[in-house]
Design a protein around this ligand. Structure first.
Ligand code: RP5
Length: 154
């Protein structure tokens, strides 16, 4: 993620990955404030053993796109909700990549962070049968948890 301030959103990705039994590592890498760290991370991620990168950033959110420019790993982008523009700036910064350098862009905020984790798990599950089973179980439990009728809220 681009900043400590993104963690309130991106922790939902980490928690979802943990729930699915997928190992993950959370790092702060700012495209603007720590550009050398970005280059070093993106260029070395594959050799470090990462399989999928979830990049969350807000505002002028260049982190996902710049990361994707320096690695062939799948990069999933999470637009963090900004104060000024409610994350529309983040979304448009992340989603409008030029053809040839893809970032799989998710929804703004918490839903996007959760879905980035599930999508990362889906990618990894293609070559991991045990994870595929955990993912199927996760989805089945989610379905079972949806009531057929609403109840009054307290
Ligand atoms: C972006 O700027 C970060 O991803 C963050 O969403 C936003 C604001 O960062 P802070 O000023 O809160 O550190 O680079």
């Amino acid at each position: 993620m681009g900043s400590q301030s993104d963690w309130a959103t991106m922790r939902h990705a980490a928690e979802t990955l943990q729930a699915l039994g997928v190992g993950c590592e959370a790092r702060i890498v700012s495209a603007h404030r720590t550009p050398d760290r970005l280059v070093s991370f993106a260029r070395g991620a594959e050799a470090e053993g990462f399989k999928v990168i979830i990049a969350g950033a807000g505002g002028a959110a260049h982190l996902p796109g710049m990361t994707a420019s320096m690695t062939n790993l799948p990069v999933l982008g999470v637009p963090v909700e900004s104060h000024a523009l409610k994350g529309m700036d983040s979304l448009l910064s992340i989603v409008q990549m030029p053809g040839g350098v893809p970032v799989g862009t998710l929804a703004i905020g918490k839903a996007g962070a959760i879905n980035a984790a599930i999508l990362a798990a889906s990618i990894l599950a293609l070559s991991d049968k045990a994870l595929a089973a955990r993912l199927a179980d996760f989805r089945a439990k989610q379905t079972a948890a949806v009531a057929e009728t609403p109840k009054d809220e307290a």
